[in-house]
Design a protein around this ligand. Structure first.
Ligand code: GCO
Length: 447
């Protein structure tokens, strides 16, 4: 019989981000972030909402941690809002902001929930954006100083740290305009990404200087691997290769191999979007890390012929329109271990799905597709572990429904339903499923 148990000590968690959970956007001295400003620009957010209240986690964290405890959550991945701590991004510290995180971390520890902190989850202080944001090379210093304060304050209490969550979001914000700050130039996207990677390197450097020996630092990168829709079509193949090079590989290569690939350099040269890369930069980015945080939700199918329906290739689709392709996570793990030979433990730092059946009926939410989604991804993670991959934990995105960036409140990813009018919480069926998975530390077929 197949052994369904996860390794002893495997860490089961949920993930969240400050801008999506905390609310209290103007409270206790917090400065604006680029997302506050972006959301208030007409037309940027699907439902016209902004993150100023979100889950009101700033006020409800104790209750929510109690609920996490009830489900058996062993670790909570969250991010610090830079502008809560440094309202202007640099300079004067806002003690009240720092105190909130002290209370949060204490509450987690009191409940035996391992804190896992991300320094940057997309919410750059707006005052820094006014100085050019990630396009300004001074960001390395700004981010380094902010990182240092957080590491000095919490290094002894938080065992797992990520510098940055998903560098591609910065690209989307500076090259495509779909995310804050809403700039739209390929050259900006590439420059912002290069500076962000440099800032990551700087935070790791400071971490090594000041963090306690047993604290670990990594980075969180999302792998949406591109596949040719028609595997035997040269054009689809080439398209998928190019997309992979321009997306997640443009981060993995500098971080783990200390270089940008010839393909990417050539592309940036030809498209007039070569960033300012100075001597020593790649060494600064290429720092040894303690773990890799993998976010994985799906794969992407590419077709060179826009007239072809992607779904014509078959496959499973969820009611929310996205493909259910759980092998994506197994492939991503192989890319990291076999191709990039990262040689460090992996935590799955995000995985989850939105808008299953979210209707509340008689105080219940029967989100069967979320259960199926999570179950099938866990099956492929387990297979990778059985075959020797060093995977230490899994963080489901997310414990609560929350503010989903450009999709506003229209996209629900939680194990817990949130009524945004009343802030009432209701566990969905998936929460009970996850509770059972955690309790048994085991792959379960169903609830
Ligand atoms: C991410 C995003 C999360 C999203 C989640 C669902 O790290 O991918 O940061 O904030 O909410 O991915 O789309």
């Amino acid at each position: 019989m197949v052994n369904k148990e996860f390794p002893k000590g495997f860490l089961w968690g949920t993930a969240a981000a400050a801008a999506q959970y905390e609310g209290a956007a103007q409270m206790d001295g917090r400065g604006l972030s680029i997302w506050d400003v972006f959301a208030n620009t007409p037309g940027q957010i699907l439902d016209g909402s902004n993150p100023s209240i979100a889950d009101d986690f700033y006020h409800t964290y104790k209750e929510d941690i109690r609920r996490m405890k009830e489900i058996g959550i062993q670790s909570f991945r969250f991010s610090f809002a830079w502008s809560r701590v440094f309202p202007e991004g640099k300079g004067a510290i806002n003690q009240k902001g720092l105190d909130f995180y002290k209370r949060l971390v204490e509450e987690l520890l009191k409940n035996d929930i391992v804190p896992n902190a991300t320094l940057y989850h997309w919410d750059l202080p707006y005052e820094l954006e006014r100085l050019g944001g990630w396009l300004n090379r001074d960001c390395v210093q700004w981010f380094g100083d902010y990182a240092e304060l957080m590491i000095r304050t919490f290094g002894g209490q938080i065992p797992l740290w990520a510098t940055v969550n998903e560098p591609i979001a910065t690209y989307v914000g500076y090259a495509l305009g779909g995310f804050a700050p809403g700039r739209k130039l390929e050259k900006f996207g590439r420059q912002a990404n290069h500076n962000l990677l440099l800032s990551h390197g700087e935070a790791v450097r400071r971490f090594r200087e000041i963090a306690p020996k047993d604290a670990k630092v990594g980075i969180v990168i999302d792998i949406w691997n591109h596949w040719p829709l028609r595997p035997d079509h040269a054009e689809d193949q080439a398209l998928a290769l190019r997309e992979n090079e321009k997306t997640y590989r443009s981060y993995l290569n500098p971080i783990f191999n200390g270089k940008y690939t010839d393909y990417l350099l050539d592309y940036m040269e030809k498209n007039d979007c070569m960033p300012d890369i100075r001597p020593g930069d790649l060494e600064a980015i290429h720092q040894p890390l303690d773990f890799f945080g993998l976010n994985c939700y799906n794969r992407v199918l590419d077709c060179a012929d826009a007239a072809v329906d992607i779904r014509s290739a078959g496959g499973n689709y969820l009611d929310n329109g996205s493909e259910l392709y759980p092998k994506a996570i197994y492939d991503a793990i192989h890319i990291l271990n076999d191709e990039f030979k990262i040689g460090i433990p992996i935590y799955i730092t995000e995985n989850g799905t939105s808008n299953c059946n979210e209707a509340v009926v008689d105080g219940k939410v029967h989100d069967q597709q979320r259960i199926e989604y999570v179950r099938s991804f866990l099956e492929w993670i387990k297979k990778a572990i059985d075959e020797g991959a060093d995977i230490r934990g899994y963080y489901l995105w997310s414990f609560l429904d929350n503010w989903e960036w450009s999709a506003g409140y229209t996209s629900r990813f939680g194990l817990t339903h949130v009524d945004y009018e009343t802030q009432q919480r209701i566990f969905k069926d998936s929460a009970y499923f996850y509770q059972e998975v955690i309790r048994q530390n085991k792959l379960l077929e169903t609830l």
